[in-house]
Design a protein around this ligand. Structure first.
Ligand SMILES: [Zn+2]
Length: 226
């Protein structure tokens, strides 16, 4: 019965904007016009050094890093990403990808686009990887292969918090396993994630990818914590 009521509610109540929750107007989809105009684009390019590049200096060799948006503790981007991750709105990944890809002016020679993987238990629970559709749009843009099977997340991250700093770092480095070592040798890879904060996830994934020789890594995330 409650399922039926939910279903009826979905039809009767106009859908809210995923950024600000106000009802969407005619012709508006997913995100209202006001939020679209207020999206905090980083406007970073792939030529000049930016603060995301600097996250990785002295840690791991990343050819170039970039993010589409700024992520703040309150605001549109946080709300949209919350829906993308926890509210079954995978389509928002496509929305971000279709917006961001045409803004990339440089012609990067990317061979393979790799989204940061979820642990298989989390993937089963969520039903989708929130990064995949965004990454897929970037693969289309660069005419690159999209491949979700190159990295495997070997453990759930939660258990890490109990350990001390070094063993946490060590365990974090081993969270991702490279599956297709031979296959990615001498390839240029675009590694994609949702939000970049400390860079630990990207560092761990890039460390795994670098186990294949001659790999060049670019990084793109939907958002960056400024
Ligand atoms: Zn809005």
């Amino acid at each position: 019965m409650s399922n039926i009521l939910n279903h009826i509610n979905k039809i009767l109540i106009p859908l809210g904007c995923f950024g600000c929750n106000t009802p969407l107007g005619k012709g508006e989809r997913l995100i209202c016009t006001v939020c679209r105009n207020q999206l905090p684009l980083t406007e970073y390019n792939f030529t000049d050094e930016n603060p995301i590049d600097r996250i990785f200096y002295g840690r791991i060799d990343i050819k170039k890093a970039n993010s589409f948006l700024f992520y703040t503790q309150n605001g549109i981007v946080k709300n949209i990403i919350h829906h993308l991750k926890y509210k079954n709105q995978a389509q928002l990944g496509t929305f971000f990808g279709l917006w961001y890809a045409p803004l990339i002016k440089e012609r990067l020679e990317i061979d393979i686009v790799v989204p940061v993987p979820l642990h298989k238990r989390k993937l089963r629970k969520r039903g989708y990887n929130q990064v995949s559709l965004f990454a897929q749009e970037l693969a289309n843009h660069f005419k690159a292969e999209f491949n979700e099977n190159i990295l495997l997340k070997t453990a759930n991250t939660k258990t890490l918090t109990k350990k001390n700093r070094f063993s946490r770092w060590k365990a974090n480095q081993e969270l991702y396993q490279l599956i297709e070592k031979k296959y990615i040798e001498n390839k240029t890879i675009l590694l994609v994630d949702d939000v970049i904060t400390t860079g630990a996830t990207i560092e761990a994934c890039a460390t795994a990818l670098k186990k294949a020789k001659g790999v060049v890594i670019y990084v793109v995330t939907i958002a960056v914590v400024p």
